[in-house]
Design a protein around this ligand. Structure first.
Ligand code: BMA
Length: 327
C-alpha cells in the first residue's frame, strides 16, 4: 500500500473540501495597511452600506487595547479605504465598562428600527461583557450600554422580531470548572431589558472539536431553510486552542428550535496567516455579507489580520445537510 503523502502542515492531509473558498489575495487587510500605528487588525463585523462592503474592524493598538475602525471597498475584496483615525474609540469616561477597550463587533440591519445595531464586547474591570450601539452611517454611534453582565461575549441581534420581541444570541462563560460555555438566546421588548434566556446550542464534551467552549461567529443569516448559524468551537490542546467553525440551522419562525447541527467543522486554520500570528490557529469571523448568490465571510486570522472566504448559500446548506442528521 502506498504510504500517505507527507506534508508540512495539516492542510494537505485528508482534507474535506468545504463550501468556503479562501480568497487568493488573503490576507485582505493587515496592520500595515492602517493609516495610523497599530499592533493588529482582526475580527471585523460586516455590512453592505450604500452599495459597498463595510467592515467594522477590531484594531488592537500598541498598548494592547482595542477600538473599532471602518474600512470600505466597492467589491468587498480589494482597494479598502480605511478611516484616518479610530472610528469608534472606547469611551471609558462615559462608559466605564469600556475600560480596557471594545472588541469583536457584529452588525445587524434591524429593519423596523431603520438602524444598524452593533453588538460588541466591552472589556470592563469585571471582565468582558455584551454592549449594544446603533448607527445609520457608521460615523456617529448611539451607545445603548451594557446588556449582559460579565463574562459574556459573541453576541448578535436578529434582524427581525419574534412575536414582537427582539432576540439576541450571546455566550456567557460560567466560572465553575467543568461547566461548558454554551450559546444562549435571550429576548427583549425594547433592546435594553433582556430575559427569557435559553441555551440554544451547547458545547459538546470530551474529544469533540467543539467541546467545552463555543460562541456565535457572524449574526444569524435567514435562508429558505431557516436561520443559518456559523459558530466557533475551541479545542484545547497542550499547545493551545484551535478555533474552528461549525454550522447549525434554526427554525425561521422560532429560532429556539435547532433543526440541524453538523458534526464536523466546516472551516479551520490551514494557511500560514491563520496558523501563525499573535494567537496561533485561529479563524474568527464576526461578519458575512450576501450579495446576489455570493456569501462573503470576513474573518480575523491568528488575531493578526483580516481574511476573506466565499461560498454560495446553497452549497453551505448542502454541506450542512450532508454532515448532519436532523436534530
Ligand atoms: C476569543 C476572543 C476573540 C479572539 C479569540 C482567539 O475569546 O477574545 O477576540 O480572536 O479568543 O484569541
Amino acid at each position: 500500500m502506498k504510504p500517505p503523502e507527507r506534508s508540512a502542515g495539516r492542510a494537505a492531509v485528508n482534507v474535506v473540501k468545504g463550501p468556503f473558498r479562501r480568497y487568493a489575495g488573503n490576507p485582505i487587510i493587515t496592520a500595515g495597511d492602517l493609516p495610523y500605528p497599530a499592533n493588529s487588525v482582526f475580527n471585523a463585523g460586516a455590512a453592505l452600506v450604500d452599495g459597498e462592503t463595510l467592515l467594522l474592524m477590531r484594531v488592537e493598538d500598541r498598548r494592547g487595547l482595542s477600538h473599532l475602525t471602518v474600512a470600505r471597498s466597492k467589491d468587498g475584496r480589494a482597494d479598502w479605504r480605511i478611516d484616518p483615525a479610530p472610528t469608534l474609540p472606547a469611551d471609558p469616561d462615559g462608559y466605564p465598562e469600556e475600560l480596557w477597550g471594545i472588541e469583536d463587533p457584529r452588525i445587524t440591519w434591524v429593519e423596523d428600527l431603520d438602524l444598524y445595531v452593533v453588538a460588541y464586547t466591552a472589556y470592563s474591570a469585571g471582565g468582558p461583557l455584551v454592549s449594544l450601539a446603533t448607527t445609520r452611517d457608521f460615523a456617529t454611534f448611539n451607545r445603548l450600554g451594557p446588556m449582559m453582565p460579565p463574562e459574556d461575549k459573541d453576541a448578535a441581534v436578529f434582524p427581525v422580531r419574534f412575536e414582537g420581541r427582539y432576540a439576541m444570541v450571546h455566550r456567557p462563560s460560567p466560572s465553575i470548572p467543568g461547566i461548558g460555555a454554551h450559546i444562549w438566546l435571550s429576548y427583549s421588548p425594547d433592546l435594553k431589558h433582556w430575559g427569557d434566556h435559553h441555551v440554544l446550542l451547547a458545547a459538546r464534551n470530551g474529544g469533540w472539536w467543539d467541546a467545552n467552549k463555543i460562541g456565535l461567529s457572524p449574526p444569524p443569516l435567514l435562508t429558505d431553510e431557516g436561520w443559518l448559524l456559523l459558530y466557533h468551537g475551541v479545542r484545547h490542546t497542550i499547545a493551545g486552542g484551535i478555533y474552528r467553525l461549525g454550522l447549525a440551522l434554526l427554525n425561521a419562525k422560532d429560532p429556539r428550535q435547532v433543526l440541524r447541527r453538523a458534526d464536523e467543522w466546516v472551516f479551520g486554520p490551514e494557511e500560514a496567516y491563520e496558523r501563525q500570528g499573535d494567537v496561533a490557529d485561529v479563524v474568527f469571523p464576526c461578519g458575512w455579507v450576501l450579495e446576489g448568490d455570493e456569501l462573503r465571510l470576513y474573518y480575523g486570522a491568528a488575531d493578526s489580520c483580516m481574511a476573506l472566504a466565499t461560498a454560495r448559500v446553497s452549497e453551505v446548506l448542502d454541506w450542512l445537510r450532508r454532515y448532519s442528521s436532523p436534530a
